[in-house]
Design a protein around this ligand. Structure first.
Ligand SMILES: C[S@@+](CC[C@H](N)C(=O)[O-])C[C@H]1O[C@@H](n2cnc3c(N)ncnc32)[C@H](O)[C@@H]1O
Length: 280
């Protein structure tokens, strides 16, 4: 009786780790630092199993061979870090109200905002709810939010706009019934973002290091907790592309653990994690 089975050698040598890192870097700019070997192994060993491959050499060869263009996307998807939450880093929301919404209210009443690296949608939905809460006559404004990410898995979640009770912990309670519809069962309660908020956002797959189909200009670009995964040359290029896509007087928001220090840029520092393209 043949009882052969697919025994997987799940060890990841430093050479294999370096090759995976190189593939990922070329695909999306993410630079895997030392110490990420276990993460790579844990996230990719499932792919070896699924594809019936025996070791990481075979997997790397498969990705490189281009036999499945899809596998490079799946690998990239598996290796991105998607941690996010509603109203994360709330100082940006205060800044948005005081320096953008209140200013535009007196002029064009038109806002274009981009959430670049939006993950599962908590960031763009927070922006949309914040606009709704702070604009009294929002029906007469022309507001659009673009939300993009490289990962189809998180982007699908974002489009569906369905979240667990736990993920609503950072949403002010007064906004729960206003902007979320309760669904699911007694044992599995879920909340879906209401249509008026969902309709304010256009979700799209976009690789930040690839071509950008949109021409802007934006009033604000949120690129928070994304560039930390990139190396300096990639950050440099991205920051200058953001600069070109912002209106004069527009703002770039980065994560609070990030800064543009050491990046050659025309952006003016305003306060931690907030940069402005100066008016000409
Ligand atoms: C840690 S999450 C940040 C989410 C949100 N901006 C926040 O601060 O809560 C980083 C996101 O960047 C995305 N990302 C990484 N590399 C990317 C690339 N080259 N193009 C587009 N998105 C990318 C990841 O898929 C992930 O969803």
């Amino acid at each position: 009786m043949d009882i052969s089975f697919n025994a997987i050698d799940n060890s990841l040598t430093s050479d294999q780790f370096a090759r995976v890192s190189q593939i990922l870097y070329r695909a999306c700019g993410i630079s895997l630092g030392p110490g990420k070997e276990e993460l790579v192994k844990a996230r990719l060993v499932k792919r070896l199993r699924f594809l019936n491959l025996h070791n990481f050499d075979q997997y790397i060869e498969f990705v490189n061979s281009g036999k499945s263009a899809q596998e490079l996307k799946i690998m990239t998807d598996a290796l991105t870090t998607n941690k996010t939450s509603f109203f994360r880093e709330e100082q940006h929301f205060h800044f948005l109200k005081d320096h953008v919404i209140d200013v535009v209210a007196k002029t064009t009443q038109k806002l274009r905002i981009w959430s670049a690296g939006c993950s599962s949608g908590e960031e763009p939905y927070s922006i949309a709810m914040h606009l709704q809460e702070n604009i009294s006559n929002s029906y007469s404004w022309d507001n659009k939010i673009l939300a993009t990410d490289i990962s189809p898995t998180v982007l699908n979640k974002a489009k569906n706009g369905i979240y667990t009770e736990e993920s609503l912990r950072d949403v002010p309670v007064s906004l729960h019934s206003k902007y979320f519809r309760r669904m699911g069962t007694e044992f599995d309660i879920q909340y879906q973002v209401m249509d008026n908020i969902r309709n304010m956002i256009k979700f799209a797959i976009l690789n930040l290091i690839g071509p950008w189909p949109m021409s802007g200009p934006f009033d604000v670009i949120f690129c928070r907790n994304v560039m930390i995964y990139f190396d300096k040359p990639t950050r440099q290029k991205l920051v200058s592309r953001y600069y070109s896509l912002l209106k004069p007087g527009g703002y770039l928001f980065v994560g609070h653990s990030e800064s543009l220090t050491g990046t050659a840029t025309q952006f003016k520092y305003i306060q931690p994690a907030v940069y402005m393209k100066e008016q000409i």
